[in-house]
Design a protein around this ligand. Structure first.
Ligand code: ADP
Ligand code: MG
Length: 264
């Protein structure tokens, strides 16, 4: 595969990130970058600080130190809602769909959220509101088809299985036109058959040019999706590279891979 993106600077650049909780240094001096249209893995043992990195990068927690640049802006002091409007979006381990609304209505609600300015402009010229609504509907149908939920579009979202809810969450994030999404263990609690579909859906983001920062403990999943992988242990970044490079890095195999590869 020819990598055409290396000439552009990475959309996300994190430098010297630190975050502690009371006496616990959850993240210390972590620097990395991630590109649009690629899936970057973030791995490490439990308690390594992976989720804290995602929470700080998405603005849900403020860092103690460090600079976070996204799409040319310094965002480390921005509130989460403003960061998501800039196109850096987090999904949660628990899906937050509206259970009584249909799958399609959930998509349209997410589109309205994302295009608030567009909607207000359109309200001043009612003809345009209908056009905006139609455009959202077309996009929603296209995304539901991509994520394999089209046949369920008229079902209440509350009736979906756990795995289907995760797919809907992805589709709702995608309709908001992010540049990068942060996924924290998206396969957790999903049955093995559905996990295949969720995995395929993570690929849809990169196919659409969206960057993904993926925390996942299943190494086979990381290997199949990620061009570059960051390894954390005890709050620090200990290595970075392709899975092939990491496998021959003794620090990584000691800290982590050595423990999980045998039973993977
Ligand atoms: P990971 O996602 O890699 O398992 P976390 O980022 O969740 O690791 O946690 C890193 C460390 O920070 C752990 O020691 C954890 O107990 C601690 N920690 C995480 N969140 C909090 C919090 N809100 N309050 C106190 N300690 C926390
Ligand atoms: Mg975690």
């Amino acid at each position: 595969m020819i990598d055409t993106s290396t000439s552009q600077s990475p959309v996300l650049q994190v430098a010297g990130l630190a975050k502690s909780f009371g006496g616990i240094q959850a993240v210390l001096d972590v620097s990395f970058s991630a590109r649009e249209g690629q899936t970057t893995g973030l791995i490490g043992p439990n308690g390594a600080g992976k989720s804290t990195v995602l929470e700080v990068v998405s603005g849900f927690l403020k860092p103690d130190h460090g600079v976070i640049r996204f799409a040319g802006q310094e965002i480390q002091s921005w509130p989460a809602f403003r960061i998501s409007r800039l196109g850096l979006m987090r999904t949660f381990q628990l899906s937050k769909e509206w259970p009584t609304l249909t799958v399609m209505e959930n998509m349209l609600a997410a589109a309205v959220d994302a295009g608030r300015d567009k909607i207000w402009r359109a309200l001043l010229t009612p003809g345009k509101l209908r056009t905006a609504e139609l455009a959202d509907r077309v996009k929603a149908r296209e995304l539901l088809a991509s994520f394999g939920l089209f046949d369920l579009r008229d079902d209440p979202a509350g009736s979906l299985s756990g795995g289907q809810k995760r797919l809907l969450e992805f589709a709702r994030v995608a309709i908001a036109n992010p540049r990068m999404v942060l996924l924290d263990e998206p396969l957790a609690g999903v049955n093995p058959v559905m996990a295949e579909r969720v995995l395929g859906s993570i690929r849809i983001f990169s196919e659409r040019g969206i960057g993904v920062l993926l925390v996942e403990h299943n190494m086979a999943v990381i290997e199949s999706l990620c061009s570059s992988v960051i390894v954390m242990a005890a709050g620090r970044k200990i290595a970075e590279g392709t899975m092939e490079q990491l496998r021959s890095n003794p620090e990584v195999t000691d800290a982590y891979l050595g423990k999980v590869v045998p039973d993977a």
